[in-house]
Design a protein around this ligand. Structure first.
Ligand SMILES: [Zn+2]
Length: 81
């Protein structure tokens, strides 16, 4: 492709991009908001909140590894002989 032909092709493409898209019946052009930055999920156990990160999602909410499914972690039992 020669330089002149390439330039003509690029001009043609630029013109296509500059033309507004035709309105399509049944479709409504609307502004869509960008996704909002949400705070990270923290452990919901206790009052005040545990607040640990990372968390897993359980049925009752988001909980850390120390509070699986919203319950306190089982205490380590004293070792018996
Ligand atoms: Zn926790």
């Amino acid at each position: 492709m020669t330089t002149t032909a390439r330039r003509a092709a690029l001009d043609r493409l630029a013109r296509q991009l500059d033309t507004p898209t035709p309105s399509v019946p049944g479709q409504l052009a609307m502004q869509i908001k960008a996704a909002e930055d949400k705070p990270p999920k923290v452990c919901e156990y206790g009052n005040p909140r545990c607040g640990a990160v990372p968390v897993r999602h359980y049925i009752g909410g988001f909980f850390c590894a120390d509070h699986p499914a919203g319950r306190p972690a089982p205490r380590p039992t004293t070792e018996q002989e």
